[in-house]
Design a protein around this ligand. Structure first.
Ligand SMILES: [Zn+2]
Length: 468
């Protein structure tokens, strides 16, 4: 009996052991057998060389836009990959190289391209100035990883489909890109109020395709304007918003950072004859001509534009908050009355936005904006030559890092909050009965953000990515 019992126990142990192996292999061996795959062949996907350097260790090298090695190093920032058959039993290590910018950041990842998560700061280190090392054990075998929250052309069309079918919002596609993709123009206003009492507001985003922050910002603005609240209704009765949420669509689809599939940087291609700024020269790309023509058409139709915002995102050190490129300066600094008037309007707008977004959430304006933009071919250069100080045209730069939310890293909802704040800020900006404490934000310049844990290689020498 004793012997029989022992044998049974022994047999049972063997059976459990064998069963365990079968169960283990049904799950683990299969995963281990399949080769991990890395791909960027999907909308907005991008990566250069991919090398497997260990069992679960990889080296990713960033690509130039269109693999065009003649483009500046600093145009290498965006990357977005899909990994399949990832071993979930041990950490995956990714060495990211060939970066164009030295700033530390934490990338994002998703298991379904819908819900995105930031890596933890302790999962991302900076072994060398232009490198990042990620080490993370994923819980699912398919994962998408990106430099920042992606926002594709499909994401835009899906979002526009969610807008209410009413007379306050109109979505049109009056132009197409070089690759024949429809360009969306979104108009928001209260059609029951007479146009004569309204001002036009212009905004366009994604001239630089990978700068996705402004897409979330515009979602926040649009959601707010169509929310039906009395405040939103009042704003729609006073303004007509014309928004171009995605300018460089072909570049977005291609997974480029700054340029079209022909490596054109649309931001600096508002080519015009300063003698006659109504006309762009014939070497301006169709994407630029489409915006230019629409602005003139609507302005001629009336009411006229008073504000034009050019939305971007800047590679900056992680704690730089959203900021602006105001132009010129005061008459005391040697600027003409008209130049100083534009400068003053730009600061007034920054102050108004600070009040609605949060007084510590924006970078203070510089002491002087300078006039070099006027001799270049930015959108604001054209606006200046066309409308002088009648249109407060300015670039808004969102940022990718903690952006004022430290120790947390900025999320799409935070960016939507910035968009939501734009609406009452524009209302107050346009209301001449409201006065702001002049240059209030300058007083807070150089505010030191507390509790930072920069990697040892920090800080880099350059402050922000410049507009070009
Ligand atoms: Zn940009």
């Amino acid at each position: 009996m004793e012997k029989y019992k022992n044998m049974t126990l022994k047999s049972m142990k063997s059976i459990v052991y064998i069963a365990a192996i079968i169960l283990f292999c049904a799950y683990g061996c299969e995963v281990a057998d399949k080769e991990t795959m890395v791909s960027s062949s999907f909308e907005s996907g991008s990566i250069g060389a991919v090398t497997k350097t260990g069992n679960t260790e990889w080296e990713f090298s960033l690509a130039d836009d269109n693999d065009n090695h003649e483009l500046p190093d600093r145009w290498r920032s965006w990357w977005y990959v899909r990994m399949d058959n990832v071993d979930t039993r041990e950490p995956l290590v990714i060495h990211l190289k060939n970066r164009g910018w030295p700033y530390y950041y934490v990338p994002v990842y998703s298991y379904d391209q819908e819900t995105w998560y930031r890596f933890d700061e302790n999962e991302v280190t900076q072994p060398a100035e232009y490198e990042l090392k990620m080490e993370k054990q994923f819980t699912q075998s398919t994962v998408w990883i990106a430099r920042f929250y992606p926002y594709t052309y499909s994401d835009l069309t899906d979002y526009l489909d969610t807008l209410p079918d009413n007379s306050y919002v109109t979505v049109e596609t009056p132009a197409t890109t070089q690759q024949d993709n429809p360009m969306y123009f979104v108009t928001l206003t209260d059609p029951a109020s007479t146009d004569e009492d309204k001002q036009r507001i212009w905004m366009h985003a994604r001239s630089h395709p990978a700068e996705t922050g402004p897409s979330f910002l515009l979602e926040g603005l649009i959601d707010y304007l169509v929310s039906g609240t009395p405040e939103a209704q009042q704003i729609l009765s006073k303004f007509i918003f014309t928004l171009v949420p995605m300018h460089n669509i072909d570049g977005v689809i291609a997974g480029n950072y700054r340029s079209t599939p022909k490596s054109e940087n649309l931001e600096v291609m508002w080519y015009f004859d300063s003698e006659d700024p109504r006309e762009l020269t014939e070497n301006a790309p169709v994407e630029v001509t489409a915006l230019h023509d629409m602005i003139l058409e609507l302005n001629d139709e009336g009411p006229e534009f008073t504000v034009a915002l050019n939305l971007h995102a800047s590679n900056s050190e992680p704690d730089i908050r959203p900021f602006f490129y105001p132009h010129f300066g005061t008459e005391d600094q040697g600027y003409t009355e008209t130049e100083a008037s534009l400068w003053k309007k730009q600061l007034r707008f920054i102050d108004a936005l600070g009040i609605h977004y949060g007084e510590d959430m924006l970078e203070p304006a510089p002491d002087e904006g300078g006039g070099s933009f006027a001799s270049k071919s930015y959108p604001e250069s054209w606006f200046w030559h066309m409308f002088q100080d009648e249109v407060m045209a300015m670039t808004v730069e969102t940022t990718y890092g903690r952006a004022g939310y430290g120790p947390d890293w900025i999320t799409p909802d935070d960016l939507r909050g910035l968009g939501k704040a734009l609406a009452p800020a524009l209302r107050d900006y346009a209301d001449s009965s409201i006065t702001f404490e002049e240059h209030a934000f300058r007083a807070r310049q150089n505010t030191i953000r507390s509790g930072l844990t920069y990697p040892a290689l920090y800080p880099p020498a350059t402050k922000d990515e410049m507009k070009e």
